[in-house]
Design a protein around this ligand. Structure first.
Ligand SMILES: Nc1ncnc2c1ncn2[C@@H]1O[C@H](COP(=O)(O)OP(=O)(O)OP(=O)(O)O)[C@@H](O)[C@H]1O
Length: 241
């Protein structure tokens, strides 16, 4: 479904993403982990068209998408969430999702139907006309997910959707993500919450200093001594069983 070849991004003297190649199969749930500053978010920006690449190619469903703009890529069925949620404060929950749905369908009625459908799907059915400014973080993260789903992605990139959530909220959002995968959406998730990585993802990719350190089945990668040294040992050794 997605092929990334030799993707590279430099910021001055720093190579933030260094010759990264991998593929994502349809139906997969791929996790991306790595220490802070390893290049994970920059990799998302490059693939989803939010930053130009210095070298490398990206193919999505057999089409070269390198150099295309984010809105063009989103129309092809690849979309993403952002680490920092930035809803439109003057619009309510439903209106925020309608704006996202309109990217895919310019008909307002259809966009409203889609927005309501995804909001109920993620568990925000009771908040349709609430103000977004006072939503607790757990619900803001669900809103961010609903906005992405409103564009009807076949490939969805999630950037630290679990960040800042309580253990109950993490479990709740994990259930929603399982449901998203069941609807046939292929998922790629950057995440520091290891429980989400180990329980949700089938495949795992590890970035270290911008380069690919490991890529394979999550159960194997999570036990790779190099990965434990570079990342896991440093954060939550107890989380790896
Ligand atoms: N626009 C930019 N200009 C200059 N340097 C940048 C820019 N964006 C990212 N960087 C640098 O590139 C490196 C990779 O950053 P990136 O945000 O991709 O890492 P990350 O793995 O997502 O980190 P985190 O887990 O903290 O979110 C870091 O050293 C960062 O400071």
């Amino acid at each position: 479904m997605l092929t990334v070849e030799h993707l590279t991004k430099r910021f001055g003297g720093l190579t933030a993403v260094d010759d990264v190649s991998f593929t994502v199969e349809e139906g997969d749930f791929l996790g991306i982990i790595g220490p802070n500053g390893a290049g994970k978010t920059t990799l998302f920006h490059l693939i989803t068209g939010f930053l130009p690449t210095d070298a490398g190619e990206v193919w999505f469903k057999g089409k070269a998408i390198t150099g295309k703009k984010a809105y063009q890529i989103s129309r092809l069925g690849m979309t993403r969430t952002f680490q920092i949620t930035k809803p439109f404060g003057q619009l309510d929950v439903m209106e925020n999702v309608v704006v996202a749905a309109l990217q895919q369908s310019p008909a307002l009625r259809e966009a409203r139907e889609r927005a309501e459908e995804v909001l109920r799907f993620v568990g925000l059915g009771a908040y349709l006309h609430h103000s977004v400014t006072h939503l607790p973080i757990g619900l803001k993260k669900k809103l961010e997910l609903a906005k992405a789903l409103a564009t009807r992605p076949s490939l969805l990139f999630l950037d630290e959707v679990m960040g800042g959530l309580s253990p109950d909220e993490v479990r709740d959002l994990m259930d929603v993500l399982r449901k998203v995968q069941e609807t046939g959406v292929t998922l790629v998730m950057i995440e520091h919450v290891l429980q989400a990585i180990t329980e949700l993802t089938q495949t795992l990719l590890v970035l270290h200093h911008g380069a690919l350190l490991a890529h394979g089945a999550t159960v194997d990668v999570i036990r790779d001594p190099e990965v434990v040294d570079a990342y896991l040992g440093e954060v939550e050794p107890d989380a790896v069983h």
